[in-house]
Design a protein around this ligand. Structure first.
Ligand code: FAD
Ligand code: NAI
Length: 501
């Protein structure tokens, strides 16, 4: 008997991807077109939903994120239909996508929100792990419970979170830069944070008002094999909270940082033995670094470009992401950004007719506001998904809309080393050249405030700790208030809010 073919569909709007961008886009389309069926196709059995959304100021927003079974989304929006299947091909001329189960879905307007995947320093090496979704985070945790020493490569968000959270395991952290956290901080902020890292015993965690991440809704679904390979949606804030990030030893933090170096070569144990090279033990202190040879046999060895070699149980490659464009490219003439993302214009439209994109998969290619830049973050995935739906709806009705206000000012609230961190505008003077000045205020262990000024106007800010300055600074940047006559803006005796609110 011939096997039944999976059903094919035809709909006005189709969205691909069950992460924050795709789910937000589908929800918004469902609200705007209550009598249309909105199709969401996603490779993984669970979807990501934004809950408890709160606009805290003009651009700063807070929300929780939950992994939920697809039925919860369908119950909330009866006109959203979720199909769990991996998209294998896009036939843009025919306005149709093909999925792994052999069915095809015809669309009038399509939004691609397939996210990104870790850009690993070395593909196919079982000792090199990337962290992206719940499955990869659990695999990392499993490996960590057996580990005495790991190596972390990369200097962005994931590395910063891991070096602070991991306990009971030696961590060798190799970074290309002079100071830690280069995607978020300059050297001053890095120094402020480093003191927390070298403290042996981390202090009790304070409860911060911050985006929360839960996988409650996942439990049942997770037992079902997704068959989706590594195509789960990206993790997000506090993803490590439910995981016990502890190695085999009894100490808390033990982190050694190797700066200004990259990975030269990775050796498996046998290869290393044959090479007759020597590896270094974990450096005990700053004066007595690297004088002896490590006697221990490790599963894997990393030779760095600074000629130092360390053995470890495994390597975490926290070296950024690559947009997940592969299934959509063949036969379609997409313009791609330098980072490999699908270029989108100010209407979130790609270079292919009726195909939109949002979230980590896309590269914003409109002339940006002077205080905004794209970063592959949860907040931007939500904003882009929401705005892409608005643009699709407008285009479908023969209209167009102005770029949403959320793209006026870059604003990111997060937490590193248990400090609240707020980044606003050109927080690292990105693209401002040498024509800018910095104002700083720092109280060790408490707060670090940096403001980027140009021609007497505020262009960006980094706020670490409970500074309470974010709304005032957001206001000053957006209004481009002339601050040249105010002297030391960061004088703690001046109540800035009285001046400007
Ligand atoms: C460890 C970690 C911590 C993070 N922490 C933060 C943070 O603190 N703050 C912050 O703002 N951001 C954080 N981020 C970044 C943030 O999670 C992402 O920027 C955001 O979630 C991207 O959302 P997205 O919807 O574009 O993509 P994703 O969440 O990656 O979703 C992509 C979706 O597409 C589906 N898919 C992929 N390919 C196909 C296909 N061929 N067919 C069908 N479906 C497909 C996937 O199953 C998935 O559902 C973190 C990321 C990681 C990895
Ligand atoms: N709290 C937050 O806001 C967090 C955000 N994220 C986001 O999740 C995504 C993934 O995080 P990350 O992998 O940390 O990416 P990232 O983009 O934040 O950082 C990548 C880091 O790897 C370095 N790097 C790149 N190639 C390298 C190489 N070959 N050798 C050595 N170093 C190399 C870069 O210099 C950079 O420091 C990012 O979009 C990030 O913004 C992740 C964790 C926390």
């Amino acid at each position: 008997m011939e096997a039944a073919r999976p059903p094919s569909t035809a709909g006005r709007f189709v969205v691909v991807g069950g992460g924050i961008a795709g789910v937000t886009c589908a929800e918004q389309l469902a609200i705007q077109f209550p009598s249309e069926d909105i199709l969401l196709i996603t490779a993984h059995p669970v979807i990501k939903a934004v809950t408890n959304f709160k606009q805290v100021s003009k651009v700063l927003e807070e929300f929780d994120v939950e992994e939920q079974p697809k039925t919860m989304l369908e119950n909330r929006f009866p006109n959203v239909k979720v199909i769990q299947s991996e998209v294998k091909q896009l036939k843009s001329k025919e306005h149709c996508i093909l999925t792994g189960d052999g069915s095809q879905h015809v669309y009038e307007k399509l939004c691609l929100c397939a996210g990104a995947k870790p850009k690993l320093i070395c593909e196919g090496n079982p000792y090199v792990l990337g962290i992206r979704d719940t499955d990869s985070a659990q695999e990392f945790q499993k490996q960590l419970t057996k580990a005495k020493r790991i190596m972390i490569i990369g200097n962005g968000g994931i590395a910063l979170e891991l070096v602070y959270e991991i306990e009971g395991c030696e961590v060798i952290w190799a970074i290309k830069d002079k100071a830690i956290g280069n995607t978020f901080f300059d050297a001053g902020a890095a120094e402020f944070l480093t003191s927390k890292l070298i403290a042996e015993k981390p202090e009790a965690r304070m409860a911060h008002k911050r985006t929360r991440y839960t996988t409650e809704g996942r439990k049942k679904e997770a037992q079902t094999k997704s068959g989706a390979g590594n195509l789960g949606s990206a993790l997000g804030p506090d993803w490590h909270e439910g995981l016990n990030l502890k190695g085999t030893k009894e100490f808390s933090h033990k982190v050694h940082i190797e700066t200004m170096c990259e990975v030269k070569k990775i050796y498996l144990q046998e290869e290393f033995r044959i090479s007759k090279k020597k590896s270094l033990p974990f450096p005990r202190d700053r004066c007595n670094q690297s004088v002896t040879t490590d006697k221990e046999a490790w599963p894997v060895y990393v030779e760095l470009t600074n000629e130092k070699t360390y053995g470890c149980d495994f390597i975490v490659s926290a070296t950024g992401v690559t947009p997940n464009t592969e299934p959509f490219l063949c036969g379609n003439n997409f313009d791609l950004g330098e980072d490999g993302g699908l270029k989108v214009d100010a209407q979130m439209h790609t270079s292919v007719s009726d195909v939109y994109a949002a979230g980590d998969i896309c590269t914003a290619s409109w002339p940006p506001s002077p205080f905004w830049q794209q970063m592959r973050l949860w907040t931007q995935a939500r904003q882009m998904g929401w705005y892409a739906a608005k643009c699709m709806a407008a285009a479908s009705l023969g209209e167009s809309i102005d770029l949403d206000f959320s793209f006026e000012l870059f604003a990111h609230v997060t937490k590193f080393f248990n400090y609240k961190v707020v980044l606003l505008g050109k927080y690292n003077a990105q693209g401002l050249g040498s024509d800018h000045e910095l104002m700083l205020r720092c109280t060790k262990g408490q707060e670090y405030v940096k403001v980027v000024m140009q021609n007497g106007q505020m262009m960006g800010a980094v706020l670490i700790g409970e500074t309470d300055l974010e709304e005032t600074f957001e206001h000053l940047i957006l209004n481009q208030t002339d601050l040249s006559s105010y002297g030391d803006l960061l004088d703690p005796n001046i109540d800035l809010e009285d001046y400007f609110d």
